[in-house]
Design a binder for this molecule. Sequence first.
Ligand SMILES: Cc1ncc(COP(=O)(O)O)c(C=O)c1O
Length: 405
Amino acid sequence: MTDGPHSPAAPRRPGAHLLDALPAYPLASLPARKRELLQAGVDLIDLGAGDADLAPPPRAVERLQAAAADPRYSRYPFQLGLPAFREAVAAWMERRFGVSVDPFQELLPLLGSKEGIAHLPLAVLNRGEAAILPDPGYQAYRGGVILAGGEPWLVPLRPEHDFLIPLDRIPREVVDRARILILNYPNNPTTASAPAAYLEEAVAFCRKHGLVLVHDHAYSEVAFDGYQPPSILEFPGAREVAVEFHSFSKTYNMTGWRLGWVAGNREVVAALARIKTFVDTGVFMGVQEGGIGALESWEDWVPGNVEVFRRRRDAGVEGLRAAGFTLEAPRATMYLWVRAPGGDSGAFAEAALEEAGVVVLPGASLGEGGEGFFRIALTVSEARLREAARRLAPLAEGFEGTAAG
Ligand SMILES: Cc1ncc(COP(=O)(O)O)c(C=O)c1O
């Protein structure tokens, strides 16, 4: 090829102003390194992603199978989706939380809760307004705010505040230009739960300052020892300011199905539906039918599934403590949040991978506020968790390049 006057110009980089503003997605470089190690015959224990190794409820699968054979389900779902799905979700929220939501005005099916979380800022943020976000936190919060032209205001979640956002410490000028507060309890990655009084305070704070309160409740059902995390919509006045995101991914081992919903303030729900009208055409109705089957399995299937995670939690906590690590036993979520020996979570995660063949998530990859910790996901058997803890034991006292932990 010659570079003459008529040769086409090099393609311009697409959307660079937004791409450059986005943080690197955690684990982005991990798959390639994992593949190399696996090809080299390393027996990797992957505790990186929150993606369970267990099967979904049989009733969900049966309903999806039947729906797939029925051509009526193959039509466009649009944002309305399957009315029976909306009704089943509303009925479940009533059963579980004692909260009644209008299935057609206060609820919207989502292609996984991530999709709704990431699109929400487009519906409620004005350009340049701030969103108050937990740090570390699920990266779709930050990405969605940046893509909407907003400013993420990250608040570190630290042990001295029980991993809660200290609302009274957010600078007044930030509160004044903020439109959104995102909370996520039970929390990924810190595994913290929020006391009811805190959630009540958050509702009052958002009402006082005119913020939309976004509660990400992806782990509402993965809770142990009798703990039942409340819905934000249970608190007085919440419906005026709050929406809550729910997911089938963790409760029912349905990460790949891409199904969730948002419920709460009707103006916010309607605004999100309007944005989505231009983005997607709804969740496959067969998947929504499967979702009905999952919700029907809540009473008799979910407790057994949660018990698997409870046993894994105990095995992981015992194993890691015996290996010399410092961590709390969480009341909820499918994770453990562990102090990183030496304090540099990236260096620890790299040593865990290269020296122990164990994939962990460095806390700092979910935001600087996560530095000093690493996260493990309870997505392998108890035996493998114990094995992982044994392999990590030599690193608990510090490792090459770090001070003793
Ligand atoms: C805190 C949190 N919120 C939301 C999600 C998204 O779940 P999904 O999009 O699969 O419903 C996840 C998944 O890991 C999560 O950890």
